[in-house]
Design a protein around this ligand. Structure first.
Ligand code: GDP
Ligand code: MG
Length: 443
């Protein structure tokens, strides 16, 4: 990870008075690689690096942290600044109602889903009366899709009338909004697989006709570099007021967020975190910065951890893991902490380098809280010796444990396999992610 790389660069720097240009340059080369790996567009990365360089050179080397950590902090803070400040995620309604919110973006970016998610949120949390309308006359069943989502969310949708043009539907929606006393009318538009002139003209027309208070560009976080071109094209034709970034629940490293912000100048207002209708979060620059830098969500992990788990235990476990020891006792501790901290998915998602492990667990059928409790039951049916050397677990021992924990030998085998994979992975990570973090926790 970036923190490790910088750690090496700055190891030499210990004891110096101030960060010098040569050293900063060396560190920033690593930062640049990290940004590009996270899918930040090249011109955006360059611009960012130049800004950070200004901040970093001449900064006094702090005594309490290593220079590496210090540069990571400078980079992190600059990223947070660039990703957007506080209070930018709220939508504006400063207009004569109904306020139109227009959703634009490529096909499949998540416009329709996000329309319903935002509508539900406004209705539930802001007590707004919301009407949704689909202007997508191209994709078969697109209008029905929004209607179904409306039924799920209990948000009103404009009745479908076949044969109308998108522009006609938009006018009808605004009229219905006015007559029906709605606060907000959400206009879900058609997308294309790639940008074309006809689509752009249509969107620009509708935008002029309805004069939305918010025009939200919906982009798929997984599109990475391409998202920049998309944003540029849309921005040329409509006044983008905000960005909705979808599929943040996937493997995206989040670089597109930085690019989006730089290209559109508009704040990222929401992030889509799943397919379900309530899977929408407001944008948190701190979290995204951590993700882009490949530091996982260290900050919130550490905060959450210090609130909810026994620090001493964590330190001990971290030390053991760093050495490559990881027995069933440690696994049981992990399970306990996972339950406290909101499940396997939550914790693995926050840890650097743990994406792979999460995938592995998911492939093995996933681990929900109930499952975790079963695993803990299995481990607690083992003897002390078995826990510290799982190699002892032969057929007859497994049978005994299965009987004791009310599970099956098959489940025990599954657990043993999972444990072995985790232990292997931790060893492999060696100097990499886990150990770095373990050191941090232990130190
Ligand atoms: P549109 O063509 O822009 O209207 O895109 P849709 O709203 O129809 O979404 C396309 C697909 O992406 C659907 O299967 C959605 O369920 C899915 N989707 C949308 N947002 C998210 C998200 O934040 N996370 C995930 N995992 N899937 C999403
Ligand atoms: Mg759609």
């Amino acid at each position: 990870s970036l923190s490790d790389r910088l750690g090496n660069v700055f190891e030499k720097l210990r004891g110096k008075g101030a960060l010098e240009e040569k050293d900063v340059n060396e560190a920033l080369r690593e930062v640049r690689v990290a940004l590009l790996e996270a899918d930040v567009a090249l011109p955006v990365a360059k611009d960012f690096i130049a800004k950070v360089k200004e901040r970093a050179i001449g900064a006094e080397v702090l005594r309490s942290v290593t220079p590496g950590q210090q540069v990571v902090k400078i980079v992190h803070d600059a990223l947070v600044d660039m990703l957007g400040g506080e209070g930018e995620t709220s939508l504006s309604f400063a207009t004569t109602p109904p306020a139109a919110i227009m959703m634009v973006g490529l096909q499949g970016s998540g416009k329709t889903t996000s329309t319903a998610k935002i509508a539900l949120r406004l209705q539930k949390r802001k007590k707004k009366k919301v009407l949704m309308a689909s202007l997508d006359t191209r994709r078969p069943a697109a209008m029905e899709q929004l209607q179904i989502l409306g039924e799920q969310a209990e948000v009103k949708t404009l009745p479908i009338i076949a044969g109308q043009s998108p522009r006609d539907i938009a006018n009808r929606a605004m009229e219905a909004g006015k007559l029906g006393g709605f606060d907000v009318v959400m206009l879900d538009t058609a997308g294309r697989l790639s940008i074309d002139e006809q689509l752009m003209t249509e969107i620009a027309d509708i935008n002029k006709a309805t004069n939305p208070i918010e025009t939200l560009l919906v982009v798929d976080a997984l599109t990475g570099q391409d998202a920049v071109q998309t944003a540029e094209k849309f921005k040329q034709r409509v006044p983008v007021t905000g960005v909705v970034m979808t599929r943040i629940d996937g493997d995206a490293r989040g670089g597109a967020a930085l690019s989006m912000r730089a290209v559109t100048g508009a704040p990222i207002k929401f992030v889509g975190v799943g397919e379900k209708i309530d899977a929408l979060d407001t944008f948190e620059p701190e979290r995204m910065a951590g993700r882009i830098l490949g530091m996982g969500d260290i900050v919130s992990l550490v905060e959450k951890a210090s609130e909810e788990m026994d620090i001493e235990k964590a330190k001990k476990a971290a030390k053991k893991m760093a050495k490559g020891d990881f027995d069933m006792n440690d696994l049981a501790d992990q399970f306990r902490q996972m339950r406290k901290m909101g499940g396997m998915g939550a914790i693995l998602g926050m840890m650097p380098g743990m994406g792979k492990m999460k995938k592995m667990v998911d492939q093995a059928g996933g681990l929900d809280d109930k499952e975790i409790v079963r695993q803990e039951a299995i481990i607690s049916s083992m003897t002390k010796k078995e826990r510290s050397s799982p190699k002892l677990l032969n057929a007859s021992r497994k049978k005994r444990i299965a009987a004791g924990s009310g599970t099956s030998v098959q489940e025990i085998n599954k657990l043993i396999k999972a444990h072995r994979q985790m232990a292997d992975m931790m060893k492999k990570m060696g100097k990499g992610g886990m150990k770095g973090m373990a050191k941090q926790l232990a130190g």
